[in-house]
Design a protein around this ligand. Structure first.
Ligand code: NAP
Length: 349
């Protein structure tokens, strides 16, 4: 049996989703993957970092989180007020980074990931910030320390986009990428195609939990920009800065524009795109996030609701489209779980 000691930093929707999957799939992991995972530490910003050498009890942790009680109520733990200090003092085999995304300096996730890689831990990240701003530097750091950095959950949650393109389609040359990479905006635009206003649908999306109380990151396209940066680095090998992605969100889209597109047999979608451009000297890629009216013959046009989709144009497979969930507790936990299993496959028993 292989044994992995796991630390989860960021114990919100996604961190808890991963913990829940580890608990519910414990037998499956043992039987099918010969793997036993011990969750040795967990951290959030309010309660800090807790550690237990023999492993934390996941149902206890989920119960504390659900009832709003401090994680420090878990029995027999050692506590550090700051995650970074706890991580440096305790370590483990794998860090799951699931703190909030920020595209300014990617903190606190950047420091957590750098610290883990430097002390020889593998890292799996749901946090888009560090990967969007520094994927190639962080992969180099991982390489230097002979560990892996994986980030399946950062683009389309657990729907396998990054592993499919890098591993499943290894050797194929990608010419261009286009995708619907944000579920909130797709939900809003899909509902507007039924004749409703932006404001009305946004309010409904907020009430149903599909949109944040502050929806700026989604509706202004910043979330899609983060994923575009990640794909530019991983799939096309170019590190772009956020301001090198031409960005237009959906806040100015009217009911009339959406209905006009429908009458013309089209659907307006927020499309993230990447295309190599030979004559752009300062930036070899044209990167855009913008609403586009797509003909129904386009595979992305019929992807509705919170679903996400991505189309790769390649030399060997022409066009490949992947459709699936792009957010959610267990959906994103699945992306981290798949990364954890990919790492486990490479370590000796
Ligand atoms: N939700 C999704 O469907 C989804 C999908 C794909 C990717 N992601 C990405 O996954 C990450 C987590 O998302 P989420 O929805 O789980 O967010 P969330 O519910 O807001 O959880 C974020 C967690 O990070 C903790 N945190 C913040 N600063 C910290 C620090 N300095 N040290 C330790 N913990 C800290 C927060 O602590 P408190 O609990 O004390 O506030 C919270 O537990 C984000 O980067 C997000 O972009 C999310």
């Amino acid at each position: 049996m292989k044994h992995l000691r796991l630390s989860i930093i960021g114990f919100g929707v996604v961190g808890q989703g991963l913990a829940e999957l580890l608990a519910t799939k414990r037998e499956l992991l043992r039987q099918h993957y010969n793997l036993d995972v011990t969750l040795v530490s967990v951290a959030n910003s309010r309660h800090g970092f807790i550690y237990r050498e023999s492993g934390l009890d996941i149902p206890t942790l989920l119960g504390l989180a659900a009832s709003g009680k401090a994680l420090t109520n878990h029995p027999d733990i050692t506590h550090w007020p700051r995650a970074l200090d706890g991580l440096r003092a305790t370590g483990g085999d794998v860090l799951a980074e699931a703190t909030g995304t920020n595209l300014r300096d990617a903190e606190p996730g950047m420091s957590h990931i750098r610290a883990a890689l430097t002390q020889g831990m593998h890292v799996i990240s749901a946090n888009k910030g560090p990967i969007a701003l520094a994927a190639r530097d962080l992969l180099e750091l991982a390489h230097q320390h002979q560990v892996q950095l994986r980030m399946e959950a950062t683009v389309m949650a657990g729907t396998p986009v990054i592993s499919t393109i890098l591993e499943g389609m290894a050797g194929a040359r990608v010419h261009a990428v286009r995708g619907i990479l944000n579920g909130t905006t797709n939900y809003i635009l899909s509902a507007m195609a039924g004749g409703r206003s932006y404001a009305e649908v946004l309010a409904e999306a907020q009430a149903q939990g599909y949109a944040e109380p502050d929806p700026t990151a989604d509706v202004e396209g910043y979330d899609a920009v983060a994923k575009t940066l990640i794909l530019a680095a991983l799939v096309l090998g170019h590190t772009l800065k956020p301001d090198q992605v031409a960005r237009r969100g959906i806040t100015a889209i009217t009911k009339e524009q959406v209905l006009k597109a429908s009458h013309e047999g089209k659907r307006i979608k927020l499309i993230a795109s990447l295309q190599p451009v030979a004559d752009l000297a300062d930036c070899p890629l044209e990167a855009r996030v913008e609403p586009i009216a797509l003909p129904l013959s386009d595979p992305l046009a019929r992807v509705d609701g919170v679903m996400n989709a991505i189309t790769f144009q390649t030399d060997t497979l022409s066009e490949v489209t992947i459709v699936g969930p792009g957010a959610g507790r267990l959906e994103t936990g699945q992306g981290l779980l798949a990364d954890l299993l990919a790492i486990a496959k490479t370590i000796p028993s």
